[in-house]
Design a protein around this ligand. Structure first.
Ligand code: UDP
Length: 245
C-alpha cells in the first residue's frame, strides 16, 4: 500500500489517502487539545497508545457484529480505515454524570443515570460543538430520521459491549463520544476512535475523585500523571484482550 497525500489534519489524527480510494490511513498524533483547542499540549506516546486501544476496541465490537471503519494497524500509531462520509455529529453516551452534563443540569458528579443517555452535538468548532435537539438535526439535515434511529440504536449497543469490556479491565465507563460515517453502500458504520481521549474512564477500585481518573480529564484539569494513566489503560486493555482469546 502506498500512502499518497494528506487528506485532512485534525486535532488528534492525520488522514492520508492511499492507492485504494476506499481506504484511508489514519496517523494518530501525540498532540492533545481541550476546551475547543484553547488548551494545547502533548501527551508523550498518546498516538501509539490511542491507536492500539482503538484498534482492539474496534476488533472487539466487530466480533459482536458492530460494523466499524477499522481494517488493520500497519504501524503502532497507524490504522487503515474504510473511507466514509462522516456524519457531522458527535454522539455522546453517558452512564454516569460528568463534564458538561453536570455543568448544564446541576446533577452532581458521579450520579449514576437510571438509563444510558444518548446526546447529539453539532461537530462544528466555530460554533463550539453545540448540543442538538432531534428537531434541529432534521432542520439542519445533518442526518435523516432513519439514520438518527440507527445511530441511537448502535450507540446503545456499543455502550453495552464497551461497558462489559471496560469492566473486565477494572474500569468504569462514565461516558464517551462516537462518530459515525456512511460507507460506500451508504450504510452507517462506526468511525473515528475510542480511546482515553474520547471516553471518561474511572479506575473502578479507586474512590478518590481525582486519583480514579484514567482519561483526558487528567490533561484537561491538570491532574498530572497523564502519560502513566494512558499507559495503564493500554496495559489493562492488552490483558483483557489476551484473556478473551
Ligand atoms: N468528548 C470528545 N470530544 C469532544 C467532546 C467530548 O471526545 O469534542 C467526550 C469526552 O471525552 C467525554 C464525553 O465526550 O468522554 C462527554 O463530554 P462532555 O460533553 O461532558 O464535554 P467535556 O466536559 O469533555 O467538555
Amino acid at each position: 500500500m502506498s500512502v499518497n497525500s494528506k487528506l485532512y489534519e485534525g486535532k488528534a489524527k492525520i488522514l492520508y489517502t492511499t492507492d485504494n480510494p476506499e481506504i484511508l490511513l489514519a496517523d494518530f498524533k501525540d498532540d492533545a487539545t481541550a476546551f475547543n483547542a484553547q488548551k494545547r499540549g502533548s501527551i508523550v506516546g498518546k498516538g501509539i497508545i490511542n491507536c492500539s486501544i482503538s484498534s482492539h476496541l474496534f476488533q472487539h465490537l466487530e466480533a459482536q457484529g458492530i460494523k466499524t471503519h477499522y481494517i488493520d494497524s500497519p504501524a503502532a500509531n497507524q490504522m487503515r480505515v474504510k473511507a466514509v462520509k462522516i456524519v457531522p455529529v458527535e454522539v455522546v453516551v453517558r452512564n454516569i454524570a460528568a463534564g458538561s452534563l453536570c455543568q448544564q443540569t446541576g446533577l452532581p458528579l458521579g450520579t449514576v443515570l437510571k438509563q444510558p443517555l444518548v446526546e447529539f452535538y453539532y461537530k462544528n468548532d466555530e460554533l463550539g460543538d453545540p448540543l442538538l435537539t432531534r428537531d434541529r438535526l432534521q432542520l439542519m439535515e445533518l442526518a435523516t430520521e432513519e439514520q438518527v434511529a440507527t445511530i441511537t440504536n448502535l450507540a446503545l449497543q456499543i455502550n453495552k459491549y464497551l461497558q462489559g469490556f471496560w469492566q473486565q479491565c477494572g474500569i468504569t465507563l462514565v461516558d464517551f463520544k462516537l462518530e459515525f460515517g456512511l460507507d460506500s453502500q451508504y450504510e452507517v458504520i462506526l468511525a473515528d476512535e475510542i480511546s482515553p481521549d474520547t471516553c471518561r474512564l474511572w479506575d473502578a477500585t479507586v474512590d478518590d475523585p481525582n486519583l480514579r481518573v484514567m482519561d483526558k480529564d487528567r490533561f484537561r484539569r491538570d491532574l498530572g500523571n497523564v502519560e502513566n494513566a494512558y499507559q495503564e489503560v493500554l496495559q489493562r486493555v492488552l490483558k483483557a484482550v489476551e484473556s478473551n482469546k
